[in-house]
Write a protein that binds this ligand. Structure first.
Ligand code: NAD
Length: 257
């Protein structure tokens, strides 16, 4: 079965990996719902541009993924979805003793709890239609840890665990739930942590990229947003119908070390 004509809701998709996945999905004929909490003219323009370029229905729905009721409203306002990509995420880098409690709460809410709410809202519609694909964008940090990222690592491990639970709850239905675990992808989220990491390690930008960010990525290359989109599309294909409750690492060998 082709994914063309299906509808995908992609949380946090006006930038980076989410936008890359939205474009790859649209290229494959999937109707896409873009999301962020910003509600700017350019967010709506992005949806219009994708719609025009790929000849699919594309719309932008503003909803704040730090709030459970907004996560659920996103699914309702989208009119349900066949494909749910939980991608919204933020990062903060600090040692445990200085880690601001507000940042902890925000990261747990946006990076982890949002997936609980959107999945809870989307699964009944998938069950009714008899088809569904859930792809949670976790991280290599859902499988391993790094210093200074307590909230992010906790949230991403939580997403991997929740992915397995939803897969088991839907195992006997034509619904799958998996997580993609990217290594480093050069997006605004990664760009923003370079200055803090430069300070933390007293290093130049070039050294942070080479010796900190890509230190654990044996390929020594960033993964791309297009590769994330391609992996998500594979998980939506018939070939992946028996792949559920697992993780696919797209990390240049990071988790093989
Ligand atoms: P990004 O900063 O480019 O994109 C984050 C997206 O989340 C944006 O669209 C932003 O609008 C959205 N977002 C943030 N807070 C939101 C909120 N409260 N409500 C709704 N949307 C919100 O970052 P990215 O690198 O593309 O990250 C996307 C996902 O991929 C995140 O979950 C991140 O943890 C994960 N990831 C990224 C990398 C990487 O190297 N870039 C690696 C592993 C995992």
């Amino acid at each position: 079965m082709s994914v063309a004509g299906k509808t995908a809701v992609i949380t946090g998709s006006n930038s980076g990996i989410g936008l890359g996945i939205a474009r790859e999905m649209a290229k494959a004929g999937v109707n896409v719902v873009l999301n962020s909490y910003t509600d700017r003219d350019e967010d709506h323009a992005l949806a219009a541009e994708i719609s025009k370029t790929f000849n699919v229905n594309a719309k932008y729905i503003s909803a704040d993924m730090s709030k459970g009721d907004e996560c659920r409203r996103l699914i309702t306002d989208a009119g349900g979805c066949d494909i749910l990509i939980n991608n919204a995420g933020i990062q903060h880098v600090a040692g445990i003793e200085e880690f601001p409690a507000g940042k902890w709460d925000a990261i747990i809410a946006i990076n982890m709890s949002s997936a609980f709410h959107t999945m809870a809202a989307a699964v009944p519609g998938m069950r009714a239609k008899g088809w569904g694909r859930i792809v949670n964008i976790a991280s290599a940090h859902g499988l391993t840890a790094s210093p200074y990222k307590s909230a992010y690592v906790a949230a991403k491990h939580g997403v991997v665990g929740m992915t397995k639970v939803v897969a088991l709850e839907t195992a006997q239905e034509p619904i799958t739930c998996n997580a993609i675990c990217p290594g480093y992808v050069l997006t605004p989220l990664v760009e923003e942590q370079i200055p803090d990491t430069m300070k933390e390690y007293d290093m130049s930008r070039e050294d942070v990229v080479k010796n900190v960010l890509l230190k654990r990525q044996p390929s020594k290359e960033f993964a791309t947003v297009e590769q994330m989109g391609g992996t998500a599309l594979f998980l939506c294909s018939d070939a992946a119908a028996q792949i559920t409750g697992t993780t696919i690492s797209v990390d240049g060998g990071w988790t093989a070390l």
